[in-house]
Write a new protein. Structure first.
Length: 102
């Protein structure tokens, strides 16, 4: 599981039938800044994730990848590799708030 920021969306009018109606978002995983351990910074990677919750651009979310992405009731039969499974409210590291949803 990773913390990621939603940075965009993908529209695909041609796709396999099982993906019809699935909202696709661009997500960018974040990690703890090892220099100060006070903030989250991007990993520099991006993924396309199925949105099972109604997240939007700018939201910090929890994502899971690989076969785990197909373990939710909403995604069990979808040909996917990444799914949004939570919208993050706060992230605390060593009693320090490094992210708070606005």
């Amino acid at each position: 599981m990773f913390v990621a920021k939603v940075t965009g969306s993908v529209v695909s009018t041609q796709k396999v039938d099982s993906m019809t109606g699935q909202k696709l978002l661009v997500v960018e995983p974040y990690r703890l800044d090892t220099k100060d351990r006070q903030s989250l910074i991007t990993t520099g990677r991006t993924f396309i994730a199925v949105d099972a919750l109604g997240a939007g651009v700018g939201d910090m979310v929890l994502i899971t990848q690989g076969s785990s992405a197909r373990f939710t009731p909403e995604t069990g039969k979808l040909p996917i590799d990444c799914v949004i499974i939570g919208i993050v409210d706060t992230v605390s590291i060593e009693k320090n708030n490094v992210y708070k949803r606005q």
